[in-house]
Ligand binder design. Structure first.
Ligand code: MG
Length: 381
């Protein structure tokens, strides 16, 4: 038999791994333990929009929706496939069409770089994609899924995280009529913590409806809905004895000084959501907020989220991991980072009725991780 060069060997052993046709089990096992430090082969990138339907009409202070069009990306190289997801958000000027375009515009980065140098790819993506941060997230998630699979390890293991330390996730109750809120809270019976959306002119009615059926701890998210510091303080004082853990984004992100004023007077912690997207935003928020809500769609993926976790920890801020309406792909990606945070709100996949994937699951608010490599996600792309 003709002697193979290194490149041919790696390419062949990659194919053997995937096809489970073990020409030589010892070589295959070795390959799985010690993946090449240089990726070879061609890169194939596919992009697809899928419509995710919500179980209930989803209403927050900004608006309502019955479905979300999320953009999925599949990256294949050396016989290994990574899957990623973007959840475009109108708050940040994003949509599925522009997101798809940005993903295609970044394809060359994946052809020019070694996948194992994923921090270099992250830097290149940050330079290339300056809007549609969710497009970056989709590519970053797919890349990290690929890397985990290449090392044959779940991402939480690769990062060195103890999954037993992941906090319970809350379950979100969108804005609705009193009757529907009561119905939703009853449906959310298995979840030990609820996140209640407010920021309307009937917030008291919403909280009273929740409290008429449960005494579980709640978190309150105004989504920038309170427009003056006096109004925000009044609402927070009313919420003081209602079993609220913290308030998320009480006022518009731009009202930094007013939020600092509010924080000095607030009896409960204030968490930034719309005010923070990436690590660079965090230092200026340390005076006005007690913590930050990291979302992969805002940060542009898992690597930037890791950077944010370290910076927030260094500044003594609380860290929450949140999500948009997402399938099990992006939710699993975030769940792999959950052992590093104080609060989790990763329920986007629980709110939809046609999740195309399965991955990290939730049982009574607790994440159930599997030991499959990468994201541990399965489903039809
Ligand atoms: Mg929020």
């Amino acid at each position: 038999m003709k002697k193979m060069n290194r490149k041919q060997f790696l390419s062949l052993s990659g194919k053997v791994m995937v096809g489970s046709l073990f020409l030589d089990p010892v070589i295959s096992r070795l390959w799985a333990k010690h993946p090449t430090t240089k990726t070879t082969g061609d890169v194939m990138i596919q992009v697809k929009t899928k419509r995710l339907y919500l179980k209930h009409t989803w209403t927050i202070a900004r608006g309502s929706s019955d479905y979300k069009d999320n953009v999925f990306v599949r990256i294949e190289k050396d016989g290994i496939v990574g899957i990623g997801e973007a959840a475009p958000n109108v708050r940040y000027g994003e949509n599925a069409k522009l997101t798809t375009q940005r993903i295609h515009e970044a394809e060359s980065i994946f052809r020019e770089n070694d996948f194992f140098h994923y921090w270099d790819i992250k830097d290149a993506l940050d330079a290339r994609i300056t809007d549609q941060s969710c497009a970056k997230a989709a590519l970053d998630i797919a890349l990290m899924d690929w890397v985990g699979k290449a090392f044959n390890a779940p991402l939480y293991k690769l990062f060195g995280f103890d999954t037993a330390k992941a906090p319970l996730t809350s379950y979100s109750i969108g804005i609705d009529t009193r009757e529907m809120i009561i119905k939703k809270v009853k449906e959310a019976e298995p979840y030990p913590i609820l996140k209640i959306k407010v920021g309307t002119d009937r917030d008291e009615e919403i909280i009273e409806a929740v409290r008429s059926v449960t005494d579980k701890p709640i978190r309150v998210d105004a989504n920038e809905g309170w427009t003056s510091k006096e109004e925000a303080l009044e609402r927070i004082q009313w919420l003081k004895d209602k079993g609220v853990e913290f308030i998320e984004q009480p006022m518009p992100a731009s009202m930094l000084e007013e939020t600092a004023w509010l924080r000095e007077r607030s009896p409960m912690p204030i968490i930034a959501d719309e005010a923070v997207k990436t690590a660079a935003d965090i230092p200026k928020l340390a005076k006005a907020y007690d913590g930050i809500n990291i979302k992969l769609m805002k940060s542009g993926g898992m690597l930037e989220a890791l950077r944010m976790i370290h910076i927030a920890k260094a500044l003594g801020m609380k860290i929450m991991l949140g999500c948009m309406i997402e399938s099990s792909v992006a939710i699993s990606a975030a769940a792999h980072l959950a052992p590093m945070v104080d609060y989790a709100d990763l329920d986007g996949n629980l709110l939809i009725s046609n999740d195309p994937f399965t991955g990290v699951k939730v049982d009574h608010g607790k994440f159930v991780y599997n030991d499959k490599p990468g994201l541990g996600v399965e489903g039809e792309f």
